[in-house]
Design a protein around this ligand. Sequence first.
Ligand code: PMP
Length: 294
Amino acid sequence: MAEQIIYIDGQYLPKSKALLSVFDHGFLYGDGVFEGIRAYKGHIFKLEEHLDRLYASAHTIMLKVHLTKEEMAQVIINTMLKNGLKDAYIRLIVTRGVGDLGLDPRKCPKASVIVIAGVITLMPKETVERGIKAIMTWIRRDPIDGTSHDVKSLNYLNSIMAKIEANNANADEAIFLNPQGYVCEGTAENIFIVKGGRIFTPPTFTGALPGITQAAVSTIAEKMGIRVETRPFTPHELFSADEIFFSGTAAEIIPVVEVNGRTIGAGKPGGLTNRLREEFSRYVSDPANGRKIA
Ligand code: PMP
């Protein structure tokens, strides 16, 4: 099988040759931003939204991206074409670039840009279909200052620590509370609860990333005649929800059936979650919601 082709700083190289300097501040300090994007049936889902979010994250951390959004879109499309992919998980990374051993970003003259197009499987299909077990972790989501998760930066230790706690507890995922104790999000997913036919998801000010899948779920729900209400909710409201689900580019829509030993609803994926999952798979393969790879 031909080697996977990676875009790195102006070149399309085989995976074994796509290497980054150990002096890159993305590696030394987690200094950079990224996006996870999916392509379905030859269309890159919500590409413009992902690029807008990437450039907004870069703006906040004062990282100059030397490619325009359109040039970046072309790089992503070319990476898909060079790998002969129509369905993929794409990782777009912009780091501060190569500097010295100090953390001062002024020492890094040029950002590094990397695009990897491959596949991602967060968990087995059967697990998702059964509904997953989650824990609410003792690790709080980073507050909305320096390492805020509404900036999609390369600092994911907060999420990784929570994932370790989920692994230790034999759970599939972790749910973060924010520093005030409100439910925030998963390690790389937004969270929704369903209660009495209403759907709630926490606002960005709780410390969650404004998810592109989260927004898509709202659009889909609205078409089904249900308006998603964005408001903070408590752990008690989470435990007593009829249904819980996660949303994310990699995750898509994942039902949650147990949290910290409490059964959620009937202990199986809820009716509304299942309907949203069906509508979601139609929505992502609608060419109107993506950019054609050509
Ligand atoms: N929250 C965090 C912290 C994430 O990393 C992700 C994955 N990008 C999400 C939520 C879900 O966002 P999206 O639907 O845009 O992938």
